[in-house]
Design a protein around this ligand. Structure first.
Ligand SMILES: C[S@@+](CC[C@H](N)C(=O)[O-])C[C@H]1O[C@@H](n2cnc3c(N)ncnc32)[C@H](O)[C@@H]1O
Length: 211
């Protein structure tokens, strides 16, 4: 095992485990979906839970619900009167998502929108304190613009998977997603509307704060 892997294992072993309801979502996602690897998992889930606890967003937006794992992580950190809008284009996941939100006891804080984020976001009459981008990677630039327009000054946006399995920093030109994400990261880096920090956690999380 490499020193990096040993260090990561040590970090995982010294992080509070996720709740039983999240373990159940992880199990159900493996049993009932064809792409369980899309799930963020316990370490990143705990990070989102902490970020949400620290910001205490009253209004939050998630783009890319999948089976509701990160929806639950974010919602658990929100105040009781907080509302998390979450958008999922695959309407076949609706039943599973709703079941998971109810089982985790966060359904009263979540508004699930089944549809294409680019169509849904313009219709949301909200100003967000926290946004989590985790839908199609090729659409990040568009989702970022739409979400930034509805984020308050001082609010935070997080974009997942921006290192794309090492291919972004590694300069892989053949992988289209890596190329597009490299363009996205470069755009954010020079965008005067935000300050940003790229965290090398799991598949890379770009954290942005709207100025
Ligand atoms: C990586 S998964 C989200 C994982 C989830 N945030 C988690 O960690 O548990 C991405 C999800 O975005 C959805 N998606 C892709 N394009 C979308 C779009 N344009 N609008 C809304 N959802 C989209 C996919 O169907 C998929 O369920």
């Amino acid at each position: 095992m490499s020193a990096v892997d040993k260090t990561l294992d040590y970090c995982y072993a010294h992080t509070t485990p996720v709740s039983a309801s999240l373990l159940a979502v992880e199990r159900a996602t493996h049993l009932r979906t064809l792409s369980p690897q899309m799930l963020s998992g316990p370490y990143q889930g705990m990070l989102l839970h902490f970020i949400s606890q620290m910001i205490r967003p009253v209004r939050a937006l998630e783009i890319g619900t999948f089976t509701g794992y990160t929806t639950i992580c974010i919602a658990q950190g929100m105040p009781e009167d907080g509302i998390l809008h979450t958008i999922e284009v695959n309407d076949e996941l609706g039943w599973l998502i709703r079941t998971h939100l109810q089982d985790a006891g966060v359904d009263h804080k979540v508004r699930l929108h089944l549809g294409d984020a680019a169509q849904v976001i313009p219709g949301l009459e909200e100003t967000f304190d926290l946004v989590f981008l985790d839908a199609g990677k090729l659409d990040y630039a568009r989702h970022y613009e739409l979400a930034l327009a509805k984020t308050r000054s001082g609010g935070f946006l997080l974009a997942d998977n921006v290192l794309w399995d090492g291919k972004v920093a590694g300069g892989d030109e053949k992988d289209e997603t890596a190329r597009v994400l490299r363009g996205f990261n470069d755009f954010v880096q020079q965008d005067p509307r935000v300050e940003n920090i790229l965290l090398p956690i799991r598949d890379g999380i770009m954290v942005m704060r709207k100025l």
